[in-house]
Design a protein around this ligand. Structure first.
Ligand code: GLN
Length: 477
């Protein structure tokens, strides 16, 4: 069977009688069967149930009763609750834990007849940039299996790139959807903070966590965001703004776009990525957009601000894994010992590092010096970013400073690993929507992503410019 690039391609083959949802599901299951042993993109595969569900969707299509996502086969990151299915957050501490309810964003997909094919590998509790922090083994990049797929939604990006599902749902706290998308050559969309309900998404850093989408086409990303967005009685932080029809994104509007001097001049930026971004800027100008250089003085503080605040929030969020309420419990003779053993044995090194850092920055003696200060810097960064976005429609930058690195290359160097998030964290610190688009490859064939950030709640124009960038690339191949 051919590799489908979008749901509309699938739907037209179904309409023409050339395809059924059942045969499509079998196709993806075969790919999973053939490739997962090597890639380890999926931690659980729901083969029987996906096939049963496919038959029901086929019947609904025949009777003219199918939902908007009939024919869409979706993989979900192992941080989303799905009733009566395992939810492990790629952590030993949650090994074999079963969800008792379904995340709102996942339920909305199912209600529109999407089929959930399995839970995907990721960094433990979504902390990492390479998928190497999973307790259930590394995931490999299908473009080059000696390299990481990125993280933390590494399995989700690898699965889309390797045609093991059409689309994946990931989470993006500091780049976890966009960075793996860039490393694997797919589209990664992070909507505005609060656009999509977080109910049923295992919390990492609640004031940053965003549900995101990994897809092969802008139209699929738009449609799925439309289905998942909007108010939810189970998440009081979700935006009450009405949800635009994101799927009507196409226009030939000309925009004003900024690029930040400091990002393109950064010493750590790979030269092939830099040239590719310049090419994209040049292409945008050639089709009539205005692209100008802007300077942002506080950019160097974005990464430390992100890591202080997310560690603080993580240390609090992860206190719930105590051996009593969820998952695994260590053998012990008294309560305190049980907590300590459960957490020491259950969490991996990176998660422990974050919990310890977070506890430190929240401790009485250091609270003002780190946590309060980082909150103030966050506000300044948000204001500076918003100011640029008042004068310009978008900010364009690389998604990542490097292309996919080798497995093991940065594993023992956390600072270098954090540096991979240099360009993605700004959107989370500011809460704005951002997307990574696959715009080219370097001379060894490794994918390069360009990132576009937009004003809060302006995903519609973000999708429009993304479509223009991708269309230009496809026409000039
Ligand atoms: N790599 C970043 C981190 O480790 C981002 C993770 C994410 O977005 N979930 O925190």
């Amino acid at each position: 069977m051919k590799t489908f690039q979008s749901l509309s391609e699938i739907k037209s083959e179904i309409r023409a009688g050339k395809l059924t949802v059942l045969s499509l599901t079998q196709h993806y299951l075969k790919n999973i069967n053939d490739k997962n042993g090597r890639l380890n993109a999926f931690l659980s595969v729901y083969a029987d149930e996906a096939l049963e569900h496919a038959k029901v969707v086929d019947e609904k299509i025949q009777n003219g009763l199918s939902g908007k996502l009939a024919g869409m086969i979706v993989g979900i990151k192992d941080v989303f609750a799905y009733e009566n299915h395992r939810l492990q957050c790629a952590s030993k501490i949650l090994e074999d834990f079963q969800s008792q309810f379904t995340a709102t964003c996942i339920q909305r997909l199912i209600d529109e007849d999407a089929i959930i094919i399995g839970h995907q590998n990721c960094d433990e509790f979504a902390m990492g940039s390479s998928n190497e922090n999973s307790s259930f083994g590394i995931c490999r990049n299908p473009v080059d299996e000696t390299r990481v797929p990125g993280g933390s939604s590494g399995g989700s990006a690898a699965a889309v790139a390797a045609d093991m599902c059409l689309l994946s749902i990931g989470s993006d706290t500091g780049g976890s959807v966009r960075q793996p998308a860039a490393f694997c050559g797919v589209i990664g969309l992070k909507p505005t903070y609060s656009r999509i309900s977080r109910f049923g998404l295992a919390a990492y850093a609640s004031s940053f966590d965003t549900v995101g989408i990994l897809a092969k086409s802008i139209e699929d990303a738009a449609l799925v965001m439309e289905v998942m967005s909007g108010p939810d009685e189970f998440d009081s932080t979700v935006s009450q703004n009405s949800v635009p029809k994101f799927s009507n994104f196409k226009s030939d509007k000309k925009y004003k776009i900024a690029y930040l001097k400091e990002t393109l001049e950064h010493d750590g930026l790979d030269s092939a990525i830099k040239s590719q971004i310049w090419r994209t800027i040049h292409n945008l100008k050639s089709i009539g957009h205005i692209v100008e250089e802007v300077s942002m003085s506080h950019l160097e503080y974005v990464l430390p601000t992100y890591y202080v605040l997310t560690a603080a929030e993580a240390s609090s969020n992860l206190s719930r894994y105590d051996g009593v309420r969820y998952g695994q419990r260590a053998e012990a003779t008294e309560l305190a010992e049980m907590y300590i053993k459960t957490r020491s044995e259950g969490f991996g090194d990176e998660v422990k590092r974050r919990i310890m850092t977070g506890t430190f920055v929240l401790s009485a003696s250091y609270y003002d010096a780190y946590y309060t200060k980082a909150q103030k810097v966050r506000r300044i960064i948000r204001e500076e970013t918003d100011k640029v976005l008042e004068a310009y429609d978008f900010i364009i930058s690389p998604t990542t400073p490097t292309t996919a690195f080798k497995i093991g290359e940065l594993k023992d160097d956390p600072i270098q690993m954090y540096f991979e998030d240099l360009y993605t964290v700004q959107a989370n610190v500011a809460g704005i929507p951002a997307i990574s688009l696959p715009v080219g490859v370097d001379n060894t064939g490794l994918p390069i992503g360009v990132q576009v950030m937009a004003k809060s709640f302006n995903e519609e124009e973000l999708l429009d410019i993304s479509n223009q960038i991708i269309t230009f690339k496809d026409q000039n191949r």
